[in-house]
Design a protein around this ligand. Structure first.
Ligand code: ATP
Ligand code: MG
Length: 259
């Protein structure tokens, strides 16, 4: 199944989620508009990563719906959403340290030959024989992110920032139109941050859709068309970066004042 590059919005409609009686998400509604970059910010523990889990399909909400365009995808499993066009990165990069940078990307290819992990270790040829298309795409991404010279280095030897770039490249291997980035700038040095921001901006201009969870407000200010502020599992406000940062409730939330 494929959603294609149809430019659909990904939206949450009244999504709630609890863990053992503790409510993590409270009737969250938001729209990730196609071809735009939507920022999701909020203090630690506000529920940002949990919201991504629900949008990407790794966690089912207790209530509410996730929609792609008009289609209700709340019960669609994560791998089908990923194949169908919704990719994500994780707050803690999930590369396989002992594999090379290039191998990590080839593994992210949807039709990679080593989908069951054991094959990577028992049949290295499976990776060597990966489709040319996957190889071309991986090399192009590495070139674009200036990681090409590290293609054969073990992923475990990368810096924190380089791992974040690799994580983004892994998501881009899917050619997904919608990409959810969980703290892409964490641990990234300022020089690399500018490159990362420029890269994400270019991808948006090429028509990709992004949602970015981030504590780095420079990145949010530079990139986001719309920003949602989460606090205590609920949407506090939504608007342009200038609008939300001028909001007293947002300033209070960041100071830890009870709302
Ligand atoms: N699997 C889980 N089981 C129980 N509680 C969880 C689980 N995952 C998250 N939580 C709790 O849900 C709340 C929201 O967590 P979440 O990781 O979504 O926040 P966040 O906004 O991403 O925070 P941060 O900015 O620190 O990454 C926190 O109180 C967290 O402890
Ligand atoms: Mg988080």
């Amino acid at each position: 199944m494929t959603f294609g590059r149809t430019g659909l919005a990904l939206s949450a409609d009244g999504v709630s989620l609890s863990y053992g009686g503790f409510q993590v998400l409270r009737r969250i509604s938001l729209r990730i508009e196609p071809g735009r970059i939507t920022g999701i910010v909020g203090p630690n523990g506000a529920g940002k990563s949990s919201l991504f889990n629900v949008l990407a399909g790794s966690v089912a909400p207790d209530a509410g719906a996730v929609r792609l365009g008009e289609r209700d995808i709340t019960r669609l499993p994560m791998h089908q959403r990923a194949r169908g066009g919704i990719a994500r990165t994780f707050q803690l990069a999930r590369e396989l340290d002992s594999l090379t940078v290039l191998e990590n990307l080839l593994l992210a290819w949807p039709d990679n030959p080593g989908e069951s992990l054991w094959r990577i270790f028992t049949d290295r040829r499976a990776i060597r024989n990966a489709e040319h298309a996957a190889l071309d795409r991986a090399l192009a991404l590495l070139e674009r992110t200036r990681l090409l010279r590290l293609a054969d280095a073990p992923a475990g030897s990368l810096s924190g920032g380089q791992k974040k770039l690799l994580e983004l490249c892994r998501a881009l291997m899917l050619e997904a139109p919608i990409i959810l980035l969980d703290e892409p700038a964490a641990g990234v040095n300022p020089a690399l941050m500018e490159e990362l921001a420029a890269f994400i901006g270019e991808l948006r201009d090429e028509g990709r859709t992004f949602a970015i969870v981030e504590h780095n407000m420079d990145l949010i200010a530079a990139l986001c068309d719309t920003v949602y502020v989460l606090a205590d599992g609920a949407v506090l406000t939504e608007g342009s970066f200038a609008e939300v940062t001028a909001d007293q409730r947002v300033q209070d939330a960041y100071l830890g004042v009870t709302l």
